[in-house]
Design a protein around this ligand. Sequence first.
Ligand code: SF4
Ligand code: SF4
Length: 283
Amino acid sequence: MASAGFDAWGVVRAEKLSDAKARFEAWLSDDNAPDLHYLHRNVDKRFDATLLLEGAKSIIVGAVSYKNAFSMGYEADFDARIASYALTNDYHTTLKEMFREVATGLGITDHKSVKICVDSTPLAEKSLARLAGIGWTGRNSLIINPKLGSFINLGALILTDECDTYSAPYEEDGCVGCGRCLLRCPTGAINPTRTINTTLCISNRTVEPSGKLADFDTKGWVFGCDECQSCCPHNATAPLHVNPRFNTLINPLDYDAHFWANISPEEGQAIFGATPLARKFKK
Ligand code: SF4
Ligand code: SF4
């Protein structure tokens, strides 16, 4: 995993995650994601990897840091903020490449015999990351690794092989005595249950096509929002990323609010096509 560029990883059995599924369904029932229809589909698959890959036995969960110079925030008067994960090559593409390298390193030549999951496949990556010992679920809903913080991308490689050993879950809670993210969130989107109300979340509203931005104050964020991470003490001590695949491709300070208000989809794709920002310009 290290040679493929991952910073942290663990292995879990491909078993049904019944408790996590029940929590997720309760979260959906509480109207926390009414417009994110993809979350309401494939709930069974999301919590049972054997429904994503027949004969699945093991799941390798990997994390890689993307923390960069913009992760910890912008000057207060800068009103065209981009979440730091979006300043690099699109993590979906990059992590899939990294997992293909892992599969090849394991001697798997037929990549159709495994399943690589990076965000767009319905799989409960955060639940699996905790079970794989990568970190705990922070009050901001994100997985926090004790060394890397929460500016990490997660993904998973599902295998049909049994592994020699499996990881222990991460049991500590590094949020005890803190609550900065709840105070910092500009819209009150963080629920007491370590989940997010996506209707209130700036990140959701500025990234998802269903975000419907009319009459919603994005507090200076153009795409994504890092507020509940940049305030986190675990991120203050986390090192910057070391994997060069997550070097920044663009400087957000080069683009002001006027630029964002006037850019065409064609220009956006031409300038930002390799980054997650490309999503903003899909027709
Ligand atoms: S991403 Fe921003 S709006 Fe969403 S929960 Fe975090 S601080 Fe709040
Ligand atoms: S800011 Fe504090 S409460 Fe929020 S995720 Fe970080 S450690 Fe946990």
